[in-house]
Design a protein around this ligand. Structure first.
Ligand code: DGY
Length: 423
């Protein structure tokens, strides 16, 4: 089975390769997406390390002067996607979106480097990426943590990648929206609308974009101007894990300032994560900075936190929560607890399983030597691909594929799980 799956996965990587960047899937997502590209580079590196570095370098070639790495780079024109460059109006060439996405890049670059740590070109390419990765991390603390809490807030659901998670429902409902320019979605004609966010959610997404555009995408102002500011433990875990990997890489390559500053960011962030811990739920919760309250929803955010180098007791409690979820569905890990009233088995981030999340959580479980649970996640992930192909995400109850098909990051994660080296 693995040989066949592997070769199908590599085919998808090749088919979705546009040259210097890879589309998540043709049609639904016809440009370069930030965290898609980074995670896809892990799969590419298994056969072509040079191509994997190029994927990351192309993304960082479009880093903003303030340090932000945008969530979409519109390398070419396409009518397939909404909202396109005109809606974002970030005045960049080529156009980019004005938001960011989970900063998984440094975690990935460390793994690319480790494939050939003595190769002069690999060292050189890694060294050239280090200051860029560091500038992005610093941007989060400068622009998304103005009070210096140690953790970054997201100001738009798209920044988390978990667009329509139940986590944002109440915060989005509180926003007083003004008139929104009439729009036509493209996603609902390219994928099953019942797998996608609702019209009402899209109105909120677009309202926020309209607002940020009025502030000319000045990220030094947007955190305080935004009616949405949420500290997401999953997002911050990715940031902290990347900071930790960047610190290690910088130490190894003699970049002492980057190493020291990264270690300080990491220590402050890990300490601040304690403020998101819920003893009652046994996992981390999102925190709404606008009303200064935790968000009690039963999403995957508080479990994805295990990707960060957290204290062992916290990580073990997360493992217990995942085991409980394992009794409630056939395929781990649902993005929302199936016993919650808000669970929807096939609607985007309100229930479905995502292989990228499985991969990151499995990685955290291996760190604390929860090998049986890590193996169950690995088995469930591969069963899904075997049963339903390389979907964008999957129904955790019946294993059916959802969203787009021939999805690049699902293929890359399959490659990673089949060719694993578990670091
Ligand atoms: C979309 O268009 O569905 C994306 O998630 C936004 O990045």
């Amino acid at each position: 089975m693995s040989e066949r799956l592997l070769s199908r996965a590599f085919d998808i990587l090749e088919r979705n390769d546009m040259g210097g960047y890879t589309v998540p899937t043709h049609g639904l997502y016809p440009f370069q997406w930030n965290w898609d590209s980074c995670l896809v580079a892990l799969g590419q590196a298994r056969i072509d390390l040079d191509r994997a570095f190029t994927e990351i370098e192309t993304l960082f070639a479009h880093q903003w002067e303030d340090g932000m790495v945008p969530h979409i780079v519109f390398h070419r024109e396409s009518d397939d996607y909404f909202p396109g460059p005109a809606i974002w109006d970030t005045k960049r060439t080529p156009p980019t979106s004005g938001l960011t996405q989970p900063p998984v890049a440094a975690f990935v670059v460390r793994r690319l480097f480790e494939r050939a740590p003595d190769d002069a070109q690999v060292i050189d390419r890694t060294l050239r990426l280090l200051p860029r990765l560091f500038a992005w991390h610093r941007w989060f603390f400068e622009c998304r943590d103005p009070q210096g809490t140690g953790l970054a807030a997201i100001i738009h659901p798209w920044e988390t990648g978990r667009d329509n998670s139940v986590d944002w429902d109440e915060a989005l409902a509180r926003i007083e929206k003004g008139a929104i320019t009439p729009f036509t979605r493209r996603d609902t004609s390219l994928a099953d609308p019942s797998h996608r966010p609702t019209r009402e959610q899209y109105e909120a997404y677009l309202w926020l974009i309209q607002l940020f555009k009025e502030h000319r995408w000045d990220h030094r102002k947007l955190h305080d101007a935004s009616p949405l500011a949420i500290v997401d433990p999953g997002f911050n875990a990715i940031l902290l894990r990347s900071i930790s990997d960047l610190a290690d890489l910088a130490e190894r390559l003699g970049e002492h300032r980057i190493c020291e500053e990264s270690r300080a960011q990491l220590a402050a962030g890990i300490k601040a994560m304690e403020g998101l811990w819920s003893e009652e739920k046994g996992r981390y919760l999102c925190f709404d900075r606008i009303i200064e309250q935790p968000i009690e929803s039963d999403s995957i955010a508080g479990l994805l936190a295990i990707f960060a180098p957290l204290p062992r007791a916290r990580a073990s409690s997360i493992a217990d929560r995942i085991r409980e979820l394992g009794d409630r569905c056939d395929y781990l890990i649902p993005s929302h607890d199936p016993t919650s009233g808000a669970f929807e088995s096939s609607r985007y981030w309100r229930g479905p399983v995502w292989l990228i999340v499985n991969y990151m959580i499995r990685n955290g479980l291996i760190r604390i030597e929860e090998h049986d649970l890590a193996r169950r996640i690995e088995r469930d992930s591969l069963r899904l691909v075997e049963k339903s192909g390389f979907g964008e995400y999957y129904d955790p109850i019946d294993g059916n594929p959802c969203g787009g098909s021939d999805f690049t990051w699902t293929a890359a994660m399959t490659i990673e799980l089949l060719m694993k080296n578990d670091n």
